[in-house]
Design a protein around this ligand. Structure first.
Ligand code: ZN
Length: 201
């Protein structure tokens, strides 16, 4: 039986780190050791950032983004175009689109996608709030930026049906050849979707 090399406090730190996505026990041990070595430069600032997050982080009452205020920084940005609402499943998708500078519209975070097999139904998503936002007279386009998976597309169809009586254009992201992608490496589904959705050159 291996003997313990650290006290329970450090063990606990490692166990907690190991619960983070993408970290197993081995990388959690490395992360813990790194934090301990950089106690002043990294561990203390991290601990205080975590404390601020515990105390101040909110879910935006308008769009579902995570921020320290509600309405969030995105929703209160007056330079944004109020005619566009981009619908995403998760906050991570919102942040990804923002990193890419992909749109200057507003967002709506659903919280998940419909997934009958996992018991996720419309009542688990913020669809009612989306429908009511879509009826705002300034809104002219709802962009469905959802995953190109069965669940993502089921959700897109469901929302499109519900938006039938709102005066908005419903669009979705293109499916196709990734930027820098080579045709020979694409899977058949992506390649045939790209061919079906070809655009005028
Ligand atoms: Zn917001």
């Amino acid at each position: 039986m291996p003997t313990a090399v650290t006290g329970p406090e450090i063990d606990r730190l490692i166990q907690l780190l190991a619960r983070l996505p993408g970290l197993g026990p081995r990388s959690a041990r490395r992360a813990a050791l790194h934090l301990i070595k950089k106690r002043e430069a990294l561990m203390a600032p991290l601990a205080s950032a975590l404390q601020v997050a515990i105390d101040r982080i909110l879910v935006c009452e308008t769009c579902g983004n995570i921020d320290t205020r509600s309405p969030c920084t995105v929703c209160t940005d007056v330079r944004r175009d109020p005619s566009i609402i981009v619908v995403v499943a998760d906050v991570a998708d919102l942040w990804a689109l923002e990193r890419a500078g992909a749109t200057n519209g507003f967002y709506h975070v659903l919280g998940a996608t419909l997934s009958p097999l996992d018991g996720v139904g419309p009542q688990d998503l913020t669809i009612d709030a989306l429908v009511s936002r879509a009826h705002d007279s300034r809104v002219t386009e709802i962009v469905l930026a959802l995953n190109a998976t069965v669940d993502g597309q089921t959700t897109a169809h469901y929302i499109t049906d519900l938006l039938g009586d709102a005066n908005v254009k419903v669009t979705r992201l293109a499916h196709g050849v990734p930027v820098g992608g080579e045709l020979d490496y694409l899977d058949e589904g992506t390649l045939s979707a790209a061919m079906r959705q070809r655009t005028l050159f």
